[in-house]
Ligand binder design. Sequence first.
Ligand SMILES: Nc1ncnc2c1ncn2[C@@H]1O[C@H](COP(=O)(O)OP(=O)(O)OP(=O)(O)O)[C@@H](O)[C@H]1O
Ligand SMILES: [Mg+2]
Length: 586
Amino acid sequence: MGEGVLYRISGPIVVSRKTSGLKMNEEVRIGDEELIGEVIEINGEEAVIQVYEETTGISPGTRVSGTGNPISVELGPGLIGCTFDGIQRPLVVIRKEQGIFIKRGLNPKPLSRDREWEVDIHLKKDDLVVPNTIIGEVEETSLIRHRILIPPGVYGKVLEIIELPGYRVEDTICIIEDKEGERREVKLFHTWPVRKKRPFIERLPHEEILFTGQRVIDSIFPLAKGGVAAIPGGFGTGKTVTQHALAKWADADIIIYIGCGERGNEMAQVLEEFPKLKDPRSGKSLMERTILIANTSNMPVTARESSIYTGITMAEYFRDMGYDVALMADSTSRWAEALREISGRMEEMPAERGYPAYLGSRLAGFYERGGRVKVTEDRIGSVSVIGAVSPPGGDFSEPVTSHTKRFVRTFWVLDKDLAYARHYPAISWTNSYSGYFEEIAKWWEAKDIPIRSLRIRVMETLTVETHLRQIVQMVGEGALPEKERLTLKEAELIREGFLQQNALSPVDAYCSPEKQYRMLKIILDFGERARDLLERGLPLFKIIELPIFSELKRMGVEIENKEIDKFDKLAERVEKEFETLKEEYG
Ligand SMILES: Nc1ncnc2c1ncn2[C@@H]1O[C@H](COP(=O)(O)OP(=O)(O)OP(=O)(O)O)[C@@H](O)[C@H]1O
Ligand SMILES: [Mg+2]
């Protein structure tokens, strides 16, 4: 085993001398307390180590010993419903024994060693196996069947299935003779180095929407299953509320939520709130399909740095079972700050705003691990990645935002003016975009919803509105012709009646595809009828006075997803009010 002796300590970064046998990214133990660290640089006899715990009291001369393994996570039954820290230490266990803080050197196993799982075995003797072949299935929660997989790199034939009434994660379930003729024992769990992406056969094009029930997202700036998105937004513009809404409502099988460097009380809120939340599809607790990773601002920055890798590795593992996984990281800016602090302590040459020169490639490496992939010849899985970005001072030209923009295809920009005006979600329609719209339009069209034409009309109206608002600022609304004032009113309906959505209203928090369509259609239909009457010489104020005009702004909170027929009645009302008006004016 490799070893070394510390000679320099700078917060979470320590340097060992007389190092021999340590490898890059190897997990090490430091001193008698056995603090956990990772080798992040080797220069001859010197090794730079990032320590995942407080290093106060550690002095030069302390011994470092290698474990022979890279920093890894445990993958097996028992992950769902858990809360881990950035290096996959289970927080609940720690809390019971130690309170909320993790005691130094404490290293509880991520997966319970005692719990027994009943396995429904799929394989038999002499079956051929490849990586990701399903050995058997475990009912991990009432929502998730955990598939026990042949680990990456193992090809061969089943020599023996070991039948047990209940398996603990360390029990061997089958013995494989691999291609080299070696015996390989496969257990219920295996480990995987967090910094290495799990292999798959090939990337596949995006086909399906990650439906979120958020109108401005699904209908206007959608995300694909396996797509990557970022939510940049200044202080208090709604990044966390949006991420929470996605975690609650997105139609992924598994949710992995990484609270990365956010305030402790915010994370406490997640830890308290999520277990109480109901999965809208099943009515069960959301935690039955969720894994939380908590690295609050008071925990070591090194663990924050590794938290996103820990999260994405678990996401890839569930993807390999054939699931659609959605991973949220709040906030990647706090992660980048951890990277900056570590780099500073290593005395590396800083690049833009003190961030290391490799900030861009690290961000790329993270987002690249999202995707929709062929896992085996007959299995597809996906990881969708949604990262929040908090540009200091709302300055979107800063490095984390500008690099992120290069790697994501969907960008939901939170606008501080919208947030200030309490237009929620404050997703800007002028600066946001989705590169998945074309691929996803087919999904809507299969439901007979002509999303392309609807979206074009929405975007045209909003674009013209932006332009008209500039004119209004100079000359006042009264100077505009009625036709253009109608456009402003139509845009108002789109903004207040469709784009705004109240995350706190039980009726409005989630909007079904059908409801999104009916809302859009009725708003656009109103505009068309109004235009027709205007051309016949009717004054605009008469149209705006129609009771239906303000009623359309309340559809979201008033009509439930299951009351779609109410839209027929509403459409009848629109027609009737317009007919009456027409008759009045002959
Ligand atoms: N969709 C929404 N519906 C209702 N209220 C919202 C919504 N989004 C944001 N808000 C309001 O804005 C406040 C701030 O939102 P949030 O905490 O998500 O911002 P943030 O961008 O994460 O802030 P920070 O920069 O501090 O992390 C919330 O407490 C809530 O009152
Ligand atoms: Mg926040």
